[in-house]
Design a protein around this ligand. Structure first.
Ligand SMILES: Nc1ncnc2c1ncn2[C@@H]1O[C@H](COP(=O)(O)OP(=O)(O)OP(=O)(O)O)[C@@H](O)[C@H]1O
Ligand SMILES: [Mg+2]
Length: 414
């Protein structure tokens, strides 16, 4: 029986806190997993940015990536590593590159999800390129923004088709606001989307492999209070629906780690933004929910690396074939969830965690009381907050983690 090491690469940018928690807890786990005649151990390394030979020998078994969506050198490294070496990466770099917000709406409209009415409009202005003038003169038809506005009904959200991080998002109450916003939008290609308004609940559901975690979200609160610590804000049926929609979305696009925003109005849950394949992972926004993320990340990484998991196929036809037009939303989710659980190897994963990671809960609970945990929080806060607020906010976020520990001990934690 050979001892083998699975190497996990962390592809990081501004991340500070979660890689510390991930690495410390993995060390404490001290895993030696019997797997197919071997004993599997783990090694974690932060990836550095270097020139690389496309043919270089395999360096990692699994990569958790936080850079691909904007740092293209890393994206190309990951793509070649998947093709040449079967490296498993969260998330699929090809779909991160190509699936913009608008495309993701299209996919889920096809599956019958209640996406609000959405239009795309050509940009207000253009970068001058050689064929621009002749193309526009020949084919760009005048359109009346007011007519589109009336079709959608106000309020309307205008947001870039490839948006993220609330960049250039505006909420427009009437036609003159719509026209002004469009005139200011410059070269951005904008979607116009009917507002889900008024909504009575806003949920962000984080998916990591087959694991899901729902958070009641307050978009009006200051950044550090947006992820609320509420419990029991969903009925069990709603939870099934939201978890199911999240896993369907994630497996459809080949994303292991994604966050789905859904708004509830008049008895319907509307997904409004689910192209977030580099979701917020910072303790300064997740606080109480941060330990859930660390545990979910560790479980999925250890499972995928140990079992040498392969990239999920992007076989959309199987999804389309599983639903039919007469189905209600819940019937669609019920029909698709077995397919999706299969894609994520969810049964094997559950068994793996029960067998090999049973001590994860206890070790995570302990680690989040340590000075190392406190120091990790302080480092993240120090990077984001002005010096005179660092102690106050470190204490706030650490206290919320202690509240999670207390709730977990009482059987109600995340
Ligand atoms: N159709 C809608 N109905 C109601 N609110 C909306 C709608 N679309 C967007 N919003 C609001 O605007 C916010 C930003 O929009 P959206 O999430 O689509 O953009 P984003 O740039 O991807 O944001 P982020 O990256 O922070 O998730 C949403 O979190 C929500 O509060
Ligand atoms: Mg969003």
């Amino acid at each position: 029986m050979a001892e083998v090491t699975r190497k996990i690469g962390l592809s990081l940018g501004a991340d500070i806190c979660w890689p510390i928690a991930f690495t410390h807890i993995l060390e404490r786990l001290d895993l030696a997993i019997p797997w197919k005649g071997d004993t599997v151990r783990f090694d974690v390394e932060r990836m550095t940015i270097d020139p690389f030979d496309v043919r270089e020998p395999k360096r990692y078994d699994l990569v958790i990536d936080r850079l691909t969506h904007w740092y293209h050198t890393r994206r190309e490294w990951i793509k070649k590593a998947v093709i040449l070496d079967d490296v498993y990466v969260f998330n699929n770099p090809w779909t991160v590159q190509s699936m913009e917000k608008l495309t993701t709406y299209a996919g889920m409209i096809r599956l019958g999800f209640p996406i609000p009415e959405t239009w795309l409009v050509p940009p207000h202005s253009y970068e001058p390129v050689e064929d621009l003038e002749v193309t526009l003169r020949s084919y760009a038809r005048h359109f009346d923004l007011g007519v589109i506005g009336n079709k959608l009904g106000y309020p309307i959200f205008m947001k870039p088709y490839d948006g993220g991080g609330w960049r250039a998002v505006s909420r427009l109450e009437n036609e003159s606001e719509l026209r002004e916003a469009y005139d200011r939008s410059g070269r951005l290609v904008m979607t116009l989307q009917a507002a889900v308004h008024p909504f009575d609940r806003f949920v962000r559901c984080i998916g990591l492999g087959p694991q899901t975690h729902e958070v009641l979200y307050d978009p009006k609160a200051p950044l550090h209070d947006r992820y609320t610590m509420a419990h029991d804000f969903l009925s069990s049926e709603e939870r099934t629906l939201i978890d199911g929609m999240t896993l369907i979305i994630n497996s459809f696009f080949g994303w292991d780690f994604n966050s789905c925003e859904m708004l509830h109005k008049d008895g319907v849950w509307h997904p409004i933004d689910f192209a977030n394949p580099c979701p917020d992972s910072q303790v300064t926004s997740l606080h109480y929910h941060f330990p859930w993320l660390i545990k979910a990340n560790l479980r999925w990484a250890v499972f995928a690396a140990t079992t040498r998991r392969r990239m999920m196929p992007l076989d959309w036809q199987s999804f389309f074939d599983a639903v039919d037009p007469e189905m209600t939303l819940m019937e669609r989710v019920t029909a698709l969830v077995p397919l999706v659980r299969g894609r994520f190897d969810a049964d094997a994963f559950d068994e793996f965690c029960a067998t090999h990671l049973a001590h994860l809960d206890e070790l995570t609970h302990e680690w989040f009381a340590t000075d190392d945990a406190l120091d990790a929080v302080r480092r993240k806060v120090g990077a984001l907050f002005p010096p005179h607020e660092v102690e106050e906010f470190t204490e706030l976020f650490f206290d919320r983690i202690q509240r999670w520990r207390a709730d977990e001990a009482a059987g109600a934690g995340a």
